[in-house]
Design a protein around this ligand. Sequence first.
Ligand code: PLP
Length: 362
Amino acid sequence: MEKRVFNLNAGPAILPEEVIKEAQEQLFTLPGAGMSILEMSHRSKKFDEILLSAKNGIKSLLDISDDYEILFLQGGASLQFSMVPLNLMPPKNKADYIVTGSWSKKAVKEAKRVGTVNIAASTESENFKRIPKPEEIKLDPDSAYVHFTSNNTIYGTQWHAEPQVGNLPLVCDASSDILFKKIDVSKYALIYAGAQKNIGPSGVVLVILRKDLLERSSDSLHTMLNYKTHVENNSLYNTPNTFGIYMIDLVAKHLVKKGGLDAMYKTNLEKAKLLYDCIDSSDGYYKGHAEKDSRSLMNVTFRLPSEELEKKFIDEVTKAGFVGLKGHRSVGGLRASIYNAFPLLGIQELVKFMIEFKAKNG
Ligand SMILES: *Cc1c(COP(=O)(O)O)cnc(C)c1O
């Protein structure tokens, strides 16, 4: 079999090796089904079991109460940029958005098509190198909700605690850090996350939605854009991404087996610390993009002394078996996406490479 590389892609991204192997083993015939998951009706009893198990897996990992619905939808996090305001903004037709990166900006763009957007805070003038401080966030007490992006995949910044929003409903795009640790879901009105960063393949988006919010969804909305449709039909109004939901189920079971999200968080802290310590102890050779107190545990963004050296680094690191380190064009430099499934061993090897690269090219 061909060797697997250390995959540092931002998304679609690395999945647990055990899960990939399990899916591979079960791909020809899913036990008890006599056929592949790829060939199975979404209305079959077997798929019902998988869907229920995936929902329960997410519910138990995050300790989600029965006040919330768990949906598996399509259109990615990007369609949630529209569905959130379409469903939740009326009747007030205004909402607060905290802008911490390109994804937040895209969310704002769609919300503006529905109603008035108050930019409650933005760190754009500093190239999104940090998360706003609590005193910088100016909320409208009468807004329909407050939207924020928990982890900024491109810039490598992350909120270490939810923004304080009082009684306003809190909506979160958690695409690139969902399940990286246990969060208190009861603080949120709605959480959405494209699966392809931390919990599964592309083509499915997880939505965790507090049931009382469904009152806001108008019957005049397009059927597929209405959260009520998907709640009433258990995410089966139309054909869902059956394989994606199956993979999320396997990933959730894998996380439980590994000790749940507290264990995951501990490893994530350890992994990120190794990499940031390497950056911080390089006498400025490696420079982190994010300010220290805003650093992401999922996406580590950094630069080298010159673009030439960055090119050389990428060439050589790729040859050494690490893939996906080229930074997003809006930040430049390098980005290591070290999601849940990226192994500690891979970080140790990468740090070794970085120390040697600096010694040779310092
Ligand atoms: C990747 C990403 C998105 C876009 O997800 P799609 O599933 O491609 O629509 C949105 N928000 C964040 C934070 C992301 O990392």
